[in-house]
Design a protein around this ligand. Sequence first.
Ligand code: DX5
Ligand code: ZN
Length: 223
Amino acid sequence: MSAKIAPSMLSSDFANLAAEAQRMLDCGADWLHMDIMDGHFVPNLTIGAPVIQSLRKHTSAYLDCHLMVTNPLDYVEPLAKAGASGFTFHIEASRDNWDRVSKKVKESGMRVGVCLKPGTPVEEVFPLVDSGDVDLVLIMTVEPGFGGQKFMPETMSKVKALRSRYPSLDIEVDGGLGPSTIQQAADAGANCIVAGSSVFGAPDPAAVISLMRNSVQTAQAAH
Ligand code: DX5
Ligand code: ZN
């Protein structure tokens, strides 16, 4: 599986979203990570389908949507219509209906992602991945809700467990990733890297993106 570097647009200037998205693509971003928060599942409120729809008119880029919402099922149709590319929902919000959510996401033409908070054991996601309906697992490396938090190295054991069980699965990490933490994530087996503050806060975002891609590719070549 190829390395995907996904700047988190949560760290961008939302008032200039289309230009910020293009700036990241020009810097070498593979995906654009879109953090959708409902103010209930996490104590923060961001964007929803209308903003994805507006951005879609300005770019053909892969929009990697991370749903930090209490009812992911309600968001599938609106986001598919808006032009989302990937729909990653939290297992903590869908323990009783994950199979319905993943099937609906797949049927609507988006890629299916499942996300785990730092405290959720990795074994919880095995039945979903084994069902064959999941394209990506996102391991949160901070508590979801806000950018700019400190990377939690103890989450790497979950990435390692997933990588040894699923050699070709897309494994994404999100939170506190940047030049000082990328090596741990790459060595553990992550191939999709979300990074907000380390990219947007850098004097040379293209250099940070390229450094992170090199780390993933070098780690893959060594295994
Ligand atoms: C946090 C979001 C992240 C966030 C990452 O809940 O899911 O995508 O933007 O930001 P950094 O890279 O600054 O930790
Ligand atoms: Zn995110």
